[in-house]
Write a protein that binds this ligand. Structure first.
Ligand code: GN1
Ligand code: MG
Length: 363
């Protein structure tokens, strides 16, 4: 905390720092909120260097993104509703980040006032807002050349690679609990699923575009007064990818009303009403540039991304929890089971989900 306070004072936030407190529930970076004597708030983050090999690339991407979006807005091409991005505060040395004595990588971003995050979606209007915000984000960046963005996390949604790593790690372990046995068998039955998007990408059926990369519910900001979604934050994983990663990730997070760590795994469901509301409003923003093939791979993405995240949690559990922060020893195994339960429910509902997508594709 003392370090975070020192660091906060080394950024130019337009006032003297009054307090610095831990903030949010991120599983990767260390996040704090700093308040100045002028009443301004800023989000201060130490980026996890074990995850991001080149954190400076995150900041370069953010500049490219902001430049592109402000261009679009000033060009008058967007509708009246705008999506806000956090401003970047410069360090007192005039840079977008600073490195502390232990090589820690810090950056400070503007806090978007009068907003809140939702722990879970409680009505379809919020789901419509999520769909709008993700769709608008994709619409704003779809004409940005993805080659202008760094790969901040190479292979971030490379499911075959996650599967290969799981296979290697699990080969050295005997599943010694009913939970592990269940998870191992669950993965075995779905080995073929892992390659579906990577194959489509290789065969050029799907297009590489700039994506957000981490579209869970926690990263959507809602205006406290109006309830409208006004921002999509946590832009560390903005990089070239498939919009399918974002849509799949958004639905696996938002349509699972039990959340990522429920006490009762049996309560995990894929909610069709939430799915419908998100997709409808997402597609209203993106249909002008999506292709027929994009629609054809949406169901696969919705099924794949929770499977991929389950694999990531499970592998991290087996490897000693070096990647995802945990509060208790079996948490990553528990998280994996939650994602697999969600996959199973999506599979059970494959008919209505596919019908929904088909109905939107025809409009
Ligand atoms: C991580 O950045 P954070 O903690 O919100 C992870 C995502 C997972 C998510 C699951 C860089 O997100 O991929 O979907 O946890 N981010 C990274 O909660 O690995
Ligand atoms: Mg993130």
């Amino acid at each position: 905390m003392a370090l975070a306070q020192d660091i906060a004072a080394s950024f130019d936030m337009g006032g003297r720092i009054q307090s610095v407190r831990p903030y949010g529930h991120g599983l990767i970076n260390d996040t704090f909120v700093a308040i100045t004597d002028t009443g301004h708030r800023a989000i201060l983050q130490r980026v996890n260097r074990h995850v991001f090999a080149h954190p400076e690339h995150i900041m370069e991407n953010l500049r490219v993104l902001m430049d592109h979006i402000s261009h679009r807005v000033s060009g008058g091409q967007t509708g009246a509703r705008e999506l806000k991005l956090p401003e970047i505060f410069l360090s007192r040395a005039g840079k977008d980040f600073l490195i502390d004595a232990q090589s820690g990588f810090w950056r400070a971003l503007g806090y978007i006032e009068n907003t809140r995050t939702l722990e879970r979606i409680t009505d379809t209007r919020q789901a419509e807002e999520v769909g709008f915000a993700l769709g608008r984000f994709h619409a704003l960046v779809h004409d940005l050349d993805p080659a202008r963005l760094h790969q901040t996390l190479p292979g971030f949604h490379d499911a075959p690679n996650y599967l290969a790593r799981f296979t290697q790690t699990s080969a050295q372990k005997t599943p010694d609990s009913a939970e592990l046995k269940y998870c191992f068998a669950f993965v075995e039955e779905r080995r073929n699923l892992a390659q579906v998007l990577e194959t489509a990408k290789r065969e050029r059926k799907l297009v590489i575009r700039p994506i957000h990369g981490d579209t869970k519910i926690d990263n959507f900001l809602f205006d406290i007064t109006t309830g409208l979604a006004v921002s999509l934050i946590d832009l560390d994983t903005v990089q070239p990818g498939l919009i399918h990663f974002d849509v799949g990730d958004c639905l696996r997070s938002c349509a699972n009303l039990a959340g990522e760590s429920p006490a009762d795994i049996g309560a995990v469901r894929f909610d069709l009403d939430i799915c419908r509301a998100i997709l409808q409003h997402y597609l209203a923003e993106t249909r002008s540039f999506l292709t027929q093939l994009d629609y054809e791979y949406l169901y696969d993405a919705i099924r794949l991304i929770p499977f991929e995240l389950g694999l990531r949690f499970l592998t991290d559990h087996l490897e000693g929890n070096h990647y995802f922060k945990t509060d208790w020893p079996g948490q990553n195994l528990h998280r994996a089971r939650v994602q697999f339960q969600l996959v199973a429910d999506i599979e059970k509902k494959s008919k209505p989900v596919k019908a929904l997508i088909a109905s939107f594709a025809e409009v």
